[in-house]
Design a protein around this ligand. Structure first.
Ligand code: GLU
Length: 458
């Protein structure tokens, strides 16, 4: 069987977003699953908008997800001479023609067609004139007029269009530069791509490109068009819902495992399984199982996956990841219970930044809100009694400490919340925090006492 070769072909005119990352991931998974190759091609012919910085950021985003191309990236701009040569060859063989229609002529044509409620397209004015090609003229591809262009999309099924709907599109501009549609087809052929996986906004391009392959008598690749990723309201993705640089997810504390799982579930299903390791994906992924309707972005789901993976990785690895990749204003391992603190707080954390934030009160005295200060003061009697007894509590063992607190409460005939609410506010600076015994145990005797004294000495 022929080796599968796929490619991801971003234009380096911006950072990699979720939609692009999903396209790259599906191409890469497909290549891996089929023991094929995954290539990267930068479609950088738009000199004005293409930037080195975006190439680098796309490569870093892919690398973060563990997607490495099997060969050095191809730069479309370096193949322009080849594209030009092939365009001239098509002109020679009669599969393309020179055209000198002026912009005014084309405009007039367009307006007439709109008036007659026709789809605006080049009407073939110069198609059979055999004009000698000269500078300033464009070269147009001679689309077949009869019949249909069809292909079997691996996700969307049969796609077919009457050839008369397809335009004699320009392959070489008047200044000698090739157009995107043409360059992409020639590059796919040069790179021996067997399966093109890209967004469904490229279907019309595919229909044109198939005709180019036919005219060159070259094999036509397989195609898989991925339905769009829409916002949760069904619109185009905006910055608010996922159209951000993929590396921003890393910066905000998302794990790559969560991103991969989320991206793959944006349109791909395997029974009702939700969680997939990379290894599982590499053996289970098929293009045929990609949903043919658009996927919707969901912040809730991405956070669900992130919380799942934050809680699944080895605690020591989580610690290493945090200290290597993130800025933490306190020294996590300055508390001897740091791994237990991490374990405790990660349960409710959506992101690593959230986790770092939520753990802070274990290391730095909290900033108390006024309403909390007031609440503590109205309950200061109980706190004072608790403080008098604090030295009798066994801080060396969590279980013992828990029992000691229970004993203390029953000896004073107090209900748990009477002590629990104000003490939690003193120790953690917030209502939503771990249990009193955990707080006391992880903060330790000295620090707990210090925080209690902040309120008693006033
Ligand atoms: N450069 C195109 C884009 O960024 C991709 C074209 C392709 O995959 O063929 O949308």
């Amino acid at each position: 069987m022929k080796q599968e070769i796929t490619r991801f072909a971003p234009s380096p005119t911006g950072h990699l977003h979720l939609g692009g990352a999903r396209t790259a991931l599906f191409s890469w998974l497909f290549a891996q699953k089929n023991k094929g190759k995954f290539l990267l091609r930068f479609e950088d012919t738009d000199k004005e908008r293409s930037k080195k910085e975006y190439e680098e950021s796309i490569i870093s985003s892919l690398a973060w997800l563990g997607i490495e191309p099997d060969e050095d990236p191809v730069f479309q701009s370096k193949n322009i001479e080849l594209h030009r040569t092939v365009a001239l060859r098509l002109l020679e063989s009669g599969n393309a023609y020179s055209c000198d229609c002026s912009p005014e002529q084309l405009n007039e044509m367009r307006e007439k067609q709109i008036e007659q409620k026709m789809q605006p397209r080049y009407d073939g004015f110069n198609r059979d004139k055999n004009l000698p090609h000269k500078e300033g003229n464009v070269i147009r591809f001679k689309m077949p007029i009869q019949g249909k262009t069809s292909f079997e999309d691996k996700i969307l099924g049969t796609i077919s269009v009457n050839n008369k709907e397809l335009d004699d599109f320009i392959i070489l501009r008047g200044d000698g530069s090739p157009t995107y549609n043409f360059s992409a087809a020639i590059d796919d052929q040069e790179m021996k791509i067997t399966t093109v996986i890209r967004g469904d906004d490229h279907i019309t391009n595919t229909l044109k490109q198939i005709n180019i392959f036919k005219s060159l008598e070259e094999p036509i690749p397989n195609y898989a068009h991925l339905p769009m990723v829409l916002s949760n309201t069904g619109k185009r993705l905006s910055k608010r819902d996922g159209a951000v640089d993929l590396l921003d997810y890393k910066k905000s504390g998302y794990l790559k495992e969560a991103l991969i799982n989320y991206l793959v579930k944006l349109g791909w299903t395997y029974s009702d399984q939700e969680i997939f390791s990379k290894e599982e994906l590499l053996s289970l992924f098929t293009l045929e199982a990609v949903n043919s309707s658009p996927a919707k972005f969901s912040e809730e789901l991405i956070n669900f996956y992130n919380n799942h993976y934050i809680n699944s990785i080895q605690i020591e690895d989580l610690y290493q990841l945090i200290i290597k990749e993130y800025d933490v204003s306190y020294k996590i391992d300055s508390n001897i219970h740091y791994l237990e603190i991490l374990k405790l707080i990660r349960e409710g954390s959506k992101t690593l930044l959230d986790l770092i934030n939520q753990m802070q009160f274990f290391y730095e005295t909290p900033q108390y809100e006024e309403k909390h200060k007031d609440f503590i003061q109205t309950n200061i009697e109980i706190i004072s009694v608790f403080k008098e007894n604090i030295s009798t509590l066994d801080f060396s063992d969590l279980k013992m400490l828990e029992n000691n607190i229970k004993e203390f409460l029953s000896s004073k005939d107090l209900k748990f919340p009477q002590l629990g609410k104000p003490l939690r506010l003193i120790l953690a600076g917030r209502e939503n925090a771990p249990s009193i015994s955990q707080l006391l145990f992880f903060l330790g005797y000295e620090e707990s006492l210090k925080r209690i004294n902040l309120f008693l000495t006033k």
